[in-house]
Structures are given as structure tokens and as C-alpha cells.
Write a protein that binds this ligand. Sequence first.
Ligand code: ADP
Length: 403
Amino acid sequence: MIDILTKHDHQKVLQKTFPDLSIEDIKALIQASKPQFYPQGVDICREGEIGDSMFILVEGEVDVIVHANNHEDIHIDVVGANNYFGEMALLGETTRTATIRACRDCHILQIGHKEFLLIAHSNPQLLRTLLRQIIGHLRTNDQAVIRELNIKNASLKRAYADLAEQEELRTQFIATLSHELRTPLTSIKGYLGLVNQGAMKGKSLKVALDSITRNVNTMVGLTNDLLILYEMHPASAEFTYTNLPDSLIEALNAACENLNNLASAVTLDIAPEITNVFADRQSLTLALRALIENAFKYNPDKKPIHIRAYCPTKEEVAISIKDEGIGIAKEDQSRIFEAFVRIEREGAQQLFPGLGVGLTIAKFVVGRHNGRIEVESKLNHGSMFTIYLPQPTNQHPERPSQN
Ligand code: ADP
């Protein structure tokens, strides 16, 4: 059902649309214009067409659409009542720079440039006022476009900076990976050479084979970390009631084994109320292991490590791994969970092995358990990483998210 709009309605709309015009001028404009109705979905004017009239939207809403080079439609704005478009046509026939499509039923006053010039001829004041407003309108539009361009420019700059950072990380990662693989491979190659020459016998053969095994395990560990990271899907997750103390011990043993037992003293403090968590045991152990290995690794003076499991609230179980090692500067703490990020200070006395993926995997695993991971650390004083996991509160806990 189409509403019938009266002259009075038109007058009210035009007063809002052209606030600088006098009532007489508005009446003259209405006189020169044709009321039109465009049902929803119809194009009021099309990009590229020659236009000879301006449109004043009395009621309804229109989409402003431009066509990109690849023939895709780009929706750039929605315009409501009391606005006008196609105004350049008042000054002469021009090509439309956008398609205007009624997105709701629209009542429009359409003014042709011939009719406009006729009233303008006898009323130069109206022409001046209208031109002033139209030019102001065009300027505002230009400014809006410039603002939009500036915003796009800033986000492009950010995207370039991100890309440059990723490229830097990629290069750094390839260098680290080559180094991390070359060290064990060189050792394996050396020992195998000696074994093949028959130079290793008895006890030395055992030493050689132990070293080869250890180095192969290191490489398997590196490859596994990379695969997990690549898939971000550590094995097939299987959520069950998991004994947390068991997982902690398993992670600790695996970390010690990897470090060839050259580790610091460890205190393990598990609150008596801690038993089961609803978790994927394999990936949880992997996350705990990454944190424990770091506590050993970034702790060159082998100061003691404290592992604690407790319930900070009824809803949560927390596992904290605390070391008194090199610590992490405040400004680096938010970055360390990103893939391949390693904090190496210029002139540092010690270089630590690693690919920069342990914390990324830990954070991913904890997120999968609907938990969170936090770090508290002070440079040269040590770090504490804490994993918080939701406590299953009834017999049928919600299954943690799978993404
Ligand atoms: P990696 O240890 O292989 O570099 P991670 O993802 O486990 O990878 O850690 C990322 C970075 O965070 C490390 O390179 C290190 O700079 C810092 N880091 C992690 N854990 C500790 C810790 N316990 N003490 C000091 N720095 C740490």
C-alpha cells in the first residue's frame, strides 16, 4: 500500500533538506519537481548513465552502490529521507557515478535540470543558496571519502608492517630450525662415522649409541612440535576425567628425559583436593611439559623449580610452574605466545635452544580446554606460568570447545 504524500509533507521534507531556502523558494522547487514512487529493489538511477535530474528522498531508504573493475557491486552507503543525490545533474547532464537502489519503498521528488534552470533564472537568490548548499554537500562527501581513504591507508600500513614482521619471523625461524637440526645431526653423523670405522667398542659404543638416541629423540621432538603447530590439532583430542597429578609427573619425566637429567631440583606441591580434571590427557601433558622444559631451560644457574597444583576457586584448577631463571621483560610478555617468537637480547651471555613454538602449543591446548594461561615474570628474577582449567562441577560437564 503506497502512502499518499501531500504537498505539505513535501514542504516539510524540503525544509529539512535545504534549511537555507526560504518558504517561497521551497514552494518554487516543489512546483518544479515531480513526485515519483520507486518500489523496493528498483534502481532509481544507474552508474554510467547520463542523468538529467536530481532526486530528493522524501520517504524510504536507498543503497548507494558502485561497480568495481571486476564487475562486483560495492555497497558504499545507505541513505535515508531528507537527503538528496544526483545533484550534479542540476548544472547540466552528467554521467552518474553510482547506482542508487531503493532498499525500501521510496517517495522521491525529482527535479529535472531544465525545470531547475527555469526557476533559477527568475530567482538568482535561490540558485545561489542552493548552489552553496550543494557545493557544501559535495565538500562534505569529499571529506568523508578522504577520511575513509586515510583509514584504509592506515590499515594498509598496518597490514604491511604485519607482513614485514611475519617475513622477519619466517627468516628467523628458518635460521633457528636449521641450527636446531644441524646440532644433533652433526653429533649423530660424527658418532656414526666412528661406529662404522669400528672405533667404538664396549663402554664407548654405549656412550655413542646413547648420544645418537638422545639426538634422534630431540629431532623427533622438534618435528612433533612443528607438526602439532602446523595442524594446531594435537593428536585426536579425547576428553576424559584425567588424573592431573599423573599428567604432571608424566610431563616432568618427559622434560627431564629430554634434558638428559641435567635439571634443577624440583618441588612438587599438589593440593590434596586435586585429582581429576576433564581434559585431553595427551595434549594437556604436552602443554605442561613445554612449560616445565622452559623452566629448566631459561634457568642457567639451575635454581630450583616449583610446581604447584591447587584450586584458586571452586570453579578452577590451577597449575603453576615457577622458576628463578632469566625472567622476561614486561614488554615481551604478550609476544611470547605467538608462534616462532623467541626473545633473544643483543649481547646476551647465553643462547638457549628452541624453535619458539612451545608456548604457542601450550596456549592453544589450554584454550581448547576452555582455560587460560598467564605469566608473571621479572627480568633476571624468574618467571611463573600458570594454567587455569575449569573444574568439572557435575557428572556431565560441557564438552570443551574443539576449535
Ligand atoms: P622456545 O623456548 O622454543 O623459544 P617457547 O614458545 O616455549 O619457545 O617460548 C618463547 C620464548 O619465551 C622463549 O624464546 C623465551 O624467550 C621466552 N620464555 C618462555 N619461557 C620462559 C621462562 N620460563 N623464562 C624466561 N623466558 C621464557
